[in-house]
Design a protein. Structure first.
Length: 392
């Protein structure tokens, strides 16, 4: 029986199809029609348009069951996207496809103490590299995604992570890539998008909270991709636990970020931060942890759990995905974080039936998170020109 069609605009219908293909990696027509709540006849008409526009392709695959469909619908690999991902050490640039494969990457280093001016120069250098590369190969970009830590604080004094002026950077894109849609996002949203679209067996399909523990501690509300506010970044790291705690870069004492960020972890482990970053995920087995340090580590994870649980008190949901260095730890250490969530008044598994899942860290894979965000932006506007009235 065909599913009743949902009243949607043309953009929303196309966006529902493209975002489903982005998150699933491909689908046969019957399950795709069911997932986006369209009749197969309506779906066929829209797929024809998307195929004509070069956004999707349909390849022959063995039927999933006897007499079943043999045409697998997937995103077209020829669509080119650009990604810029700003980190504490460098600005990464990449060109890739809707499925996440990268065809070109560069890294522009940043000074040890970046300023608005040095970040501007890094972006201009990266944009020049991108413009030259695309011209030589006659590559037409369909979307640019830009990931910036601390986005939303646009002044040198306001962005506590990396000083930058997003307005000036946006103007640079307008000069060099006038006809290409450009979207900026907070780095936590980019990493949340990467996991939702790229992580195999990602644990949640519906509304949930994504928590990213890296140089900062932040979260993102993940909702229906078709909604305009599907990805909402939130600050978790600056909940204050006590005025006698370590100083945070925000100026307060005792923030959860001052206890659980990567710099705080490096200090606790007694290793320089660059060494910890160079080890990547191997630090768990490479750095010995004494019983005293492990006890303090679990105490800090408990506080992180309290911060997550208090966030759920404000806006309840039944799923939390946690990425970053805590996801590398053994179950005994991660239990401290879970206990912190459970200890909250209205949060946790007992009162709110919250399901917690740890997903692999995605820091260090730049610019793949920004590339996933660029693909998400293209899909959410239904692949339509950004200047079109309906897309806007």
């Amino acid at each position: 029986m065909e599913m009743p069609e949902q009243p949607r605009s043309r953009r929303q219908t196309r966006a529902a199809i493209l975002t489903h293909l982005l998150q699933s990696g491909g689908s046969f027509r019957p399950p795709l029609a069911k997932a986006v709540r369209l009749s197969e006849a309506s779906l066929s008409r829209i797929l024809l348009d998307l195929k004509t526009e070069g956004l999707i392709e349909e390849v022959r695959r063995p039927a999933p069951y006897v007499g079943g469909p043999t045409g697998l619908v997937s995103l077209d690999g020829s669509v080119a996207l650009a990604a810029f991902e700003l980190t504490a050490q460098h600005l990464s640039l990449g060109v890739g496809g809707l499925s996440g494969e990268l065809h070109y990457t560069e890294r522009v280093p940043l000074p040890k103490t970046p300023t608005v001016e040095t970040v501007d120069r890094a972006f201009r250098e990266a944009m020049t590299l991108l413009r030259d590369w695309t011209r030589r190969r006659r590559v037409v970009l369909s979307q640019v995604g830009v990931s910036i830590p601390g986005l939303g604080r646009l002044s040198a004094a306001g962005n506590l992570i990396i000083p930058c002026d997003v307005g000036r950077i946006s103007d640079m894109f307008g000069e060099m890539f006038a006809d290409v849609p450009v979207e900026f996002t907070n780095s936590v949203v980019a990493h949340a998008t990467f996991h939702r679209c790229r992580t195999e067996n990602y644990p949640f399909n519906d509304t949930h909270l994504f928590v990213f523990v890296s140089h900062g501690v932040a979260g993102a509300w993940m909702d229906d991709p078709v909604e305009t506010d599907a990805l909402q970044p939130i600050e978790l790291g600056h909940m204050v636990f006590g005025e006698d705690g370590p100083r945070c870069r925000c100026g307060h004492l005792g923030c959860v970020e001052a206890y659980t960020s990567l710099p705080a972890l490096a200090e606790l482990l007694g290793v320089p931060e660059p060494e910890l970053l160079q080890l990547g995920s191997d630090w768990v087995s490479a750095i010995p942890i004494s019983s005293r340090v492990r006890q303090e580590l679990r105490h800090r994870l408990y506080r992180l759990g309290l911060a997550i649980g208090n966030t759920l008190n404000v806006k309840p949901c039944h799923g939390v995905a946690i990425s970053g260095w805590p996801s590398l730890l053994a179950e005994g250490d991660r239990k401290a974080l879970v206990d912190g969530v459970d200890a909250c008044l209205l949060g946790g598994r007992k009162h709110a039936q919250v399901s917690l899942a740890f997903v692999p860290p995605s820091n260090g894979n730049d610019p793949r998170a920004a590339l996933a965000f660029a693909a998400f932006c293209l899909a959410c506007r239904g692949g339509m020109p950004a200047a079109s009235t309906e897309a806007a």
